[in-house]
Design a protein around this ligand. Structure first.
Ligand code: AKG
Ligand code: FE2
Length: 365
């Protein structure tokens, strides 16, 4: 079975590798200036959280499974609190991110992502799909961060490796718990999903860790931290520091800010869970805006299935009144499709009879 790095390597996206130190810029360069033209997602109305917000769900609430199911159907995203991840671990990973991104630019470039690689320091992978650059920098970890961290911190890489390993392990357990809460809301039980393993532990799931930094920006209204996209995952668990910037798009509502909740984690439905749910759970379109005053940091745990397992709408969700919307696809294949078609990737997996309905629904968004 290919590893996640091999899968990514097989589908390279071409990202500009040398970029300026954003912290040193006093003005927004032309190459970072976004207009309505580049940001097609901006054509949607904006409703920055004035009415209804993204649901915040307490995992200790006996009603949590119901609330999660409802949030997945109506938003494709929710926040969780009382999730059992120690605050100290969240502080540690945030501290790691702060330390990493505050290194001098030339130092970070020692651990730069290679042109056909996935791990290391660099611009967002989605940059290649846009004519303008995004006001952010990222660091991707797939598997062990040891080699990369040695390049960054020749003396004390060990303590940072320990933090990442611990974060990974803890997130894996939370991802398993959340996957089942989300699946059981659809009526899918452990017996129904063979690839999840006999105990439903999702033992062979694959994950990557994405650290993101959004430095303060001299002209935030014309810049874009991270352009609108959906995640190619089953689900994503996102930790954000206490600075706003993340927005999600909801059909009929528009863009809504996801305010940081102390100790909270944002859970996104990804494209593969959308397929598995036969379209019942939307994979949430999201983006990040920047600000003039404070650096924003986030850590995304991107969780997918084993790369060669076929993911398709679950048979329990397909019937005479619920036509099957998507073909089967492996994560490996889907990442290839995404590297080529980006935000149109999902529509390439639609079964042909569903295409016209899909397009009609898009038009009414
Ligand atoms: O920084 C954020 O809040 C979002 C990051 C994100 O969407 C991603 O890494 O895929
Ligand atoms: Fe994302």
């Amino acid at each position: 079975m290919p590893s996640l790095s091999e899968v990514y390597r097989a589908h390279p996206v071409h990202v500009q590798h040398k970029h300026p130190d954003l912290n040193s810029l006093q003005e927004l360069p032309e190459s970072y200036t976004w207009t309505q033209m580049e940001d097609q997602a901006n054509n949607h109305p904006s409703n920055c959280g004035l009415n209804e917000g993204v649901p915040v769900i307490d995992l200790n609430d006996p009603n949590a499974p119901k609330l999660i199911g409802h949030a997945c159907i109506s938003w494709g995203v929710y926040q969780v609190v009382n999730h059992g991840i120690p605050f100290t671990l969240l502080d540690e990973i945030q501290c790691l991110g702060e330390t990493l991104f505050s290194l001098p630019s030339h130092h970070k470039h020692r651990a730069a992502r290679s042109p056909d690689g996935v791990d290391g320091y660099g611009l967002a992978r989605i940059s290649s799909f846009f004519p303008k650059l995004m006001w952010s920098e990222g660091f991707t970890i797939v598997g062990s961060p040891l080699e990369r961290f040695r390049q960054l911190w020749p003396q004390d890489y060990n303590k940072y490796c320990d933090t990442v390993m611990q974060y990974d392990e803890t997130m894996k357990k939370l991802a398993e718990k959340l996957m089942w809460l989300m699946l059981e809301s659809l009526g899918i039980t452990k017996e129904d999903l063979k690839w999840a393993g006999a105990k439903g532990q999702f033992k062979n799931t694959c994950a990557a860790l994405q650290l993101n930094s959004y430095p303060t920006c001299p002209d935030p209204d014309r810049a874009m931290g991270l352009a609108a996209h959906t995640d190619s995952t089953l689900l994503t668990i996102l930790y954000q520091n206490n600075i706003s910037g993340l927005q999600v798009h909801r059909k009929g509502t528009g863009w809504v800010t996801v305010p940081p909740v102390p100790g909270g984690l944002v859970i996104n439905v990804g494209d593969l869970l959308h397929i598995l749910s036969n379209g019942l759970y939307p994979s949430v379109l999201h983006r990040v805006l920047v600000n003039r005053v404070q650096q924003r940091l986030s850590v995304a745990y991107l969780c997918g299935p084993p790369p060669n397992v076929s993911i398709c709408p679950h048979e329990k969700l397909v019937g005479p009144n619920q036509p099957r919307l998507y073909k089967s696809v492996t994560w490996n294949e889907y990442l290839g499709t995404k590297a080529k078609h980006f935000n149109k990737a999902l529509s390439t997996v639609l079964v042909s009879s569903a295409i016209s309905e899909f397009l009609e629904a898009k038009e009414t968004q």
